[in-house]
Design a protein around this ligand. Sequence first.
Ligand SMILES: Nc1ncnc2c1ncn2[C@@H]1O[C@H](COP(=O)(O)OP(=O)(O)OP(=O)(O)O)[C@@H](O)[C@H]1O
Ligand SMILES: [Mg+2]
Length: 377
Amino acid sequence: MKVLLNPFLISNYVSKEYFCDREDELRKLLRNAENNTNTTLISPRRLGKTGLIFRFFELLQEKKNFASVYVDIYSSRNLADFISLFSDAILQKFTEKTSIGKRFIKFLKGFRPVFTYDNISGVPQVQFNYHSDYDKENTLQKLMQFIDNQSVQVIIAIDEFQQIAEYPEKNIEALLRTQIQQLKNVQFIFSGSRSHTLMEIFTNAKRPFYASTQFLILKSIDREKYRAFIRSKFEIGKRSIDDDALEFILHYTNGYTYYTQFVCNRVYVNKKITLDVVKHECAAILSEQESIFLQYRKLLTVKQWDLLVALAKEEKLSRLYSKKFSLQYKIGSSSTIKRLVDALIEKEMILEESTDSEAVYRVYDVFLMRWLQKTYY
Ligand SMILES: Nc1ncnc2c1ncn2[C@@H]1O[C@H](COP(=O)(O)OP(=O)(O)OP(=O)(O)O)[C@@H](O)[C@H]1O
Ligand SMILES: [Mg+2]
């Protein structure tokens, strides 16, 4: 086990010691893997999808008959980028030292690609040359088949999957779906945060991926379990944290994974964590991020900004289009508000969460919400 100076991670996954709960989700992912079922994993940004994927892969390592590949397609702009990232991920997973890796390199050389090495990390990267669209599709198909033909069951997580909706290629969904369907020993986890886009891809009966996966909608970490996790990390680090200080953190950050981790990470330098210490640190975080928040303001219209401020004051709201809301904040008619809200959702400034009965809206970035509350009281 890798021992960290600070047990509250705010970037990459390290190991299960630093990961709180998600036992139900892990069970579902494992069940899907064992049942040959693909999964669509959705949650808002920074709630813990990527962490969960890595935690799940760690769990799979304990089971000898599975291998896992992680592909982040956030930076991809088209099918060619997708294929490059896909093969880079396989290369990274099955290095030249493994027998699959050796076979993979040999297989790749058949395409006469250009190998480059990342300047900083030294990680190999593959660039293919294509003569036609058919060439691309064929390359992807061969890559998929290569993976399928290995002696292990392979789970491939494609993170930021919504990105495919931005590709210029019109047939990308049909292409991926057809190729994926032919695989026998490979399952996929399609993960992303743009819930509208992903829901369209996977639940619209007219689209290729319709009803082809099980949904896993990630929610906030169970409050009780998160509290116990945080407390134990402070205890192990020989720190004391007062009850009201811990409650303040969970309340201030809404128990939203990234923000909770962030505040805990920051207060960890102290041996004795009181409410005052926490409040002081939260204020410091907001002032550090102020220039980013002011930048947001520049990128929005005055009306959009006003609406964001109003929503921050309300903290969360289910009836944004009500008379009461428009009268109280003088933003305009309900149709004006609807237009503003749609634009802000598109910019990921507002988060829309659907419950069983209604939609609930919040300022997406919790620190921004706290800053707006503090600045525009
Ligand atoms: N269960 C957990 N326990 C502790 N820390 C976690 C947990 N899940 C995620 N984290 C941490 O919270 C932060 C955000 O998580 P992560 O990056 O997995 O979110 P995400 O949903 O993939 O976000 P994005 O949509 O922006 O990619 C990371 O620093 C991660 O290490
Ligand atoms: Mg992620």
